[in-house]
Structure formats: C-alpha cells, structure tokens
Design a binder for this molecule. Structure first.
Ligand code: GLU
Length: 461
C-alpha cells in the first residue's frame, strides 16, 4: 500500500468530508479567515489548498501593510485556462484528457512554472502552485512571474507512444497561450525532460516562422536538446544550499546530521544524494511504495538507483521496513518533505521528531500542521525559499537558449548558490524586521519586490 499517496488521498478525502462535517482531520477549523476571502468569494472550506496558500501570503501582506489593491490582485490568478482534448490510444480508441495552465502573475516577467502530470490534479492545486511560483520567483530574484499547469493523467499507466501523443496534443491545445517571452512551462511532479523535449519540438513546429528561440518556450529539457547541465538536480541542490545557509543559526551541523525524506522522486533523491555527499546521514525514507529505515544510514545513491529500477523505495535491501508512524516519529535533525501538498497536517506534525523541516515539495505543510510545528519549536524552511533552486536553474537554461551560450556545471552551481544565499538573506532580514516565522518572512521578501514593481509600473489604464 502506498503510504505517501495514501496520505495525500486521506488528506483530500478528509478535507472533502470535513466540508460537510464542518471540521477536519487537519484541524484547520475556522482558522485562516481573512476579509479578502469573502470579498473575492473564496471557498469557505478551511482545508481548501488555494485558500490555505493565499492565507499565508495575506498574513505577511497585513504585517507589511501591503495596499489593499495589491492583496486582491495577488490573491487571484490572472488567467485560468482549461482544455479538453482527444488522444488516440494504442488500441485505436480515443480518450478525452483534461489539461490546465494557470497564469497567476506577470508583473516581474513572463509567467513561469511547471506542468504536473497526475491522475488527481485539480484546478485548485494548479492555482495554488501557480501562486507559489509568483512568490518563489520574486523571492529568489529571477525575472519571472508565476504559472503552473498540468494534465489529469497517470503517466505511469500509459505507453511511451501514448504519452507522446498526450503531451503533444496538450501542447497544441495551449500553444497560443505560452511562448518564450510570455509563459514558460517546465517539469513538475510526474513530468520529465523527455516530456519537455516533446513540448519544445511541438511548439517549434507550430511556430516555425515566429521567433528565434522556440525551444526557450520550456525549460527542464534534456541537455542534448537545449537543456542546462545541473537542471535535473537543481531543486535538490537548492534545498541543500538553503540548509547550508540556515542550519548554523539553528545550531545544526550538516556534517553528521540525521535526515529523513518523504518522497524519493527528483527532489527527494537529489536532496538525499547531495546531503550525503556533504556528510549528512539519510536515516529514513518513505514514498508511495512504503517506508524504510537504517540508523547507520541509507546509501542515497544506491537507493536512487533502486527506485529508478523498481519505481519506489520498497524492497531496498540495506534497510528495515517500517510503518508510517515509525517513519514520522524517527528522531532526526532534518526532515525533508519532498512529495505532494498537504502531507504534513496536524497528526504528522505531532509525530515529527526533528529540529528543522526543509520543504522540498510545494505547500507540504498545512497551516494547522505548521501551528503544531511552531508550538513544538520546530523550524520550517518554507518552500518558496527552500525549493526555488529548480526554477532558478530553469532561468539559467532560458538565458543560455536565448544567448546561444552553454554554461558548465561549476558556473551553474555557483550562480545558483548566489541566488539561494541572497534569497535566504532576504528572508533573514524580513524575520528580523517583522519578528515573524520564516514562512511569513519569505512572503514579505517576495512581496517587497512585487510591491516595488507595481509602484513603478502603475496599473493600466
Ligand atoms: N516545478 C518546479 C517548481 O515547482 C520548477 C518550475 C520551473 O522550473 O519553472 O518550482
């Protein structure tokens, strides 16, 4: 049974039930209310992901006296695009698919953000993730706004040729809404470099006569076709860069520190491998196939090889199988949630036995979960800082595409590190100024840049 997926599912089911019952597994209750939710007609469900995500931003906006018009602009995406398209399956039958692209904000530059391929992706998920991209790009100082998209599809249940047709047909459906100067997608959960290559190729074909850099319409491409070295590991690298910057003030030494990781896909496995190379010990890992533990350390590289072969951590030889409760209760210094949203709710937060939560995933901690962590003195390194490495190296890829350059890994890593250190500095400064937690401080850092841009640009007409 898939523990990580089950948790996500349980969260959603519980959330849906709680809407009727007026309470929630996550104990979100009536918290996270704000007059703007009524003004804009937000879902009244306190477990709604979009409401939760925006509520954290509004806390920061209130603290820094952001003008009301900026609060309402940023609380809503600019465009929500939904498409339905038919694709021929290998057996000759047609199936309809649903795709999304949400363009949240472009005050600082073109919309930017990944494409999620998941059987359970919803408009609210995509809206929340697009919103987070606006905040992340602003905080980390790349000249982009925020967007996100996806296809409601389980990529592991389709043959390569079916996936190619699904991805190409989706690209055709949104081709007029994206572009190297307008909206630049990238990989996210369930999508990979091959998918990005098909999107770039389809887009280039459809826009043959326009633009000199059609492949710059998307990032996270294979290195052989316009991709950047260092992009594949970039989100994990950014998590480690953030930890290297923030751990000393929390009193944790990366060398020898103990780590547990939830989710061992791109972000989790790269974070694990790079942390191990920097002297940390990976003690426990859980994904949708199960949970494993070894107090002497799990070899993160061997585990990455294992998961790439069998599709999950279950069955890895040099570790014991544990259950979900044991996984969350394992004593570590750093816990890295690197799977899906809303996985750290109140019950998980109560079980965690760590000093720091480093959010490799987007929005993994619910507000109720966060209140528990805060009450227990556990520091949370927020996603918009901690996982900003991916989009930062996406930016480097886009720059290389548009200037016909090819950077080496050392250059990519050095530039990434500079961005991460600068972003961490912004968060630190905001925390000092407003005496708030790191999540609120990260939003303050992001909102400061957005406020400055709006002040200078003004609002049309
Ligand atoms: N999907 C990644 C994220 O959530 C990367 C986005 C990008 O590279 O544009 O940050």
């Amino acid at each position: 049974m898939s523990s990580a997926t089950a948790s996500k599912k349980t969260g959603k089911t519980a959330a849906a039930k709680s809407q009727k019952a007026g309470g929630g597994r996550g104990g979100e209750g009536v918290q996270n209310s704000h007059p703007i939710f009524t003004e804009l007609g937000f879902s009244p469900d306190a477990n709604n992901l979009y409401r939760q995500t925006v509520s954290s931003m509004l806390q920061a906006a209130d603290l820094m006296n952001l003008p009301h018009h900026l609060k309402i602009i940023l609380a809503q995406p600019k465009n929500e695009i939904m498409v339905h398209f038919p694709v021929r399956m290998d057996d000759g039958e047609f199936r309809m698919f649903k795709g999304y692209r949400v363009q949240h904000n472009n005050a600082l530059g073109p919309y930017k953000g990944g494409l999620r391929f998941h059987h359970d992706v919803h408009l609210d998920d995509v809206k929340s993730l697009a919103f987070l991209m606006t905040m992340k790009c602003s905080l980390v100082g790349v000249p982009y706004g925020g967007g996100k998209g996806g296809i409601k599809v389980d990529p592991y249940k389709h043959s390569k040729s079916e996936m190619e047709r699904i991805v190409r047909r989706f690209t055709a459906a949104i081709a007029h809404q994206i572009g190297p100067d307008y909206d630049i997608p990238a990989p996210d959960v369930g999508s990979n470099a091959q998918h990005m290559a098909w999107i770039a190729d389809t887009y280039a074909f459809l826009s043959e006569v326009g633009g000199r850099h059609p492949e710059a319409v998307i990032t996270g491409k294979p290195v052989e076709f316009g991709g950047s070295v260092g992009r594949e590991k970039a989100t994990g690298q950014g998590v480690v860069d953030t930890l290297a910057e923030m751990l000393p003030e929390i009193g944790v030494d990366m060398k020898g520190c103990k780590v547990s990781i939830l989710g061992y896909g791109n972000v989790g496995s790269w974070t694990g491998r790079i942390l191990q190379d920097r002297g940390a010990k990976i003690i426990a890992v859980m994904d949708h196939t199960g949970a494993i533990m070894n107090d002497h350390g799990i070899d993160a590289h061997a585990l990455a090889l294992h998961t790439s072969k069998v599709g999950g951590v279950a069955g890895f030889k040099n570790a014991d199988t544990i259950d979900k409760t044991e996984f969350y209760s394992t004593k570590v210094d750093v816990f890295v949630p690197a799977a899906l949203e809303q996985m750290i709710q109140e019950p998980e937060a109560k079980m965690l036995n760590c000093k720091v939560v480093a959010e490799g995933a987007n929005a993994p901690t619910t507000p109720a979960g966060e209140r528990v962590l805060e009450g227990r003195g556990i520091e949370v390194l927020p996603a918009i800082l901690c996982n900003a490495g991916g989009v930062t190296v996406s930016y480097f890829e886009w720059v290389q595409n548009r200037t016909f350059q090819s950077w080496d890994l050392e250059h990519v890593d050095t530039e990434l590190n500079k961005h991460m250190i600068r972003a961490a500095g912004r968060v630190r400064d905001a925390r000092k100024k407003y005496k708030c937690n790191l999540r609120t401080a990260a939003y303050v850092g992001a909102l400061e840049r957005l406020r400055a841009a709006y002040e200078i640009r003004g609002l049309f007409p």
